[in-house]
Design a protein around this ligand. Structure first.
Ligand SMILES: [Zn+2]
Length: 302
């Protein structure tokens, strides 16, 4: 029995995953900022153990039936150690070692964007393409590259860091140390904070509320909003064009919270991309099919 763990910036999800990559049972826990957490790593380990116990109980199985554990985590992975989970304030985390010693089984860890990409390639909208790219537009921009049907896995921990491709000389400063990175202009975080500034909204506004406001304004043909969306799409297209020119993929699939803005952003992106020509290459621009459970499933795909 396989256990998939999704470690997000603000929640932990644990599921029993079948051999056919289906979620059999799932339990989740939000990491509340009000919880007054003394040791975040210990808190995560304790909650993962609790969730595993609960999820096995849900299906009436003892813990000795676990055969493998897969973890999807933000940040960089090197030698099974997770580095730079900025949103959780963790610099280095040996979660793999802790869980493998506790459960006595194989534990694997993979970057969350790569997990989502593998699921999209195996059972989602990229399954019919050999040469393709997955872009995860969320807090930052993560991604993965597939050539001849296989994901490029680098010997070093770095690779397919599309978010840090520079699209603007002397542009906005990025936490990676450079200026003008793609994700500072085209991530969903960048998109949303621009809207919040433009419309003077409360900085804690939910994504659902932003979406509703945008849909109304777009329907009313609000010029300020249209101009902002056009500029966002143009920046997104610079990054996508660079990827197309370098890799010439058959398809590029976009996941992350961008998917929820299909009517406002994806339609506009397709409209503008249709006018482009890249030496005769015309990749399909797709939206991700799998959403919330992609991390947990992807962590266990070989
Ligand atoms: Zn950067």
């Amino acid at each position: 029995m396989q256990i998939g763990i999704d470690l997000g910036g603000s929640h932990i999800a644990v599921a029993v995953i079948s051999k056919r990559n289906l979620v059999v049972a799932k339990r989740e826990k939000n990491i509340e900022s009000s919880e007054n957490i003394f040791d975040i790593k210990q808190y995560i380990v304790d909650n993962i153990k609790k969730l595993i116990t609960q999820v096995l109980k849900d299906i009436g199985a003892p813990s000795c039936v676990i055969s493998k554990i897969g973890i999807s985590a933000p940040g960089k992975i090197k030698n099974n150690i997770i580095y730079d989970m900025y949103n959780l304030g963790i610099k280095e985390f040996s979660l793999v070692q802790i869980l493998s010693e506790h459960y006595g089984v194989e534990v694997v860890v993979r970057n969350d964007a790569k997990c989502a990409a593998l699921v999209e390639k195996k059972i989602g909208n990229l399954k019919d393409y050999d040469d393709c790219v997955f872009l995860c537009l969320g807090t930052g921009i993560g991604g993965a590259t597939f050539i001849n049907g296989r994901m490029l896995e680098y010997t070093k921990e770095w690779g397919s860091e599309y978010g840090h491709m520079i699209i603007q000389k002397n542009g906005i400063e990025c936490k990676c140390g450079n200026k003008g990175c793609f994700e500072k202009y085209a991530s969903m975080k960048a998109f949303k904070s621009g809207i919040i500034n433009l419309l003077n909204l409360d900085s804690n506004i939910s994504s659902e509320d932003i979406l509703e406001i945008l849909l109304n304004r777009v329907n009313e043909k609000d010029r300020e909003i249209s101009k902002y969306i056009d500029e966002y799409i143009e920046n997104l297209i610079i990054g996508i064009s660079n990827i197309i020119n370098i890799l010439g993929p058959e398809a590029i699939c976009i996941g992350g919270s961008f998917v929820y803005y299909e009517k406002i952003l994806y339609t506009k992106l397709l409209e503008k991309m249709n006018l482009k020509n890249y030496n005769g290459v015309k990749p399909r621009i797709l939206l991700a099919k799998t959403q919330n459970d992609a991390g947990m499933i992807g962590a266990l795909i070989n």
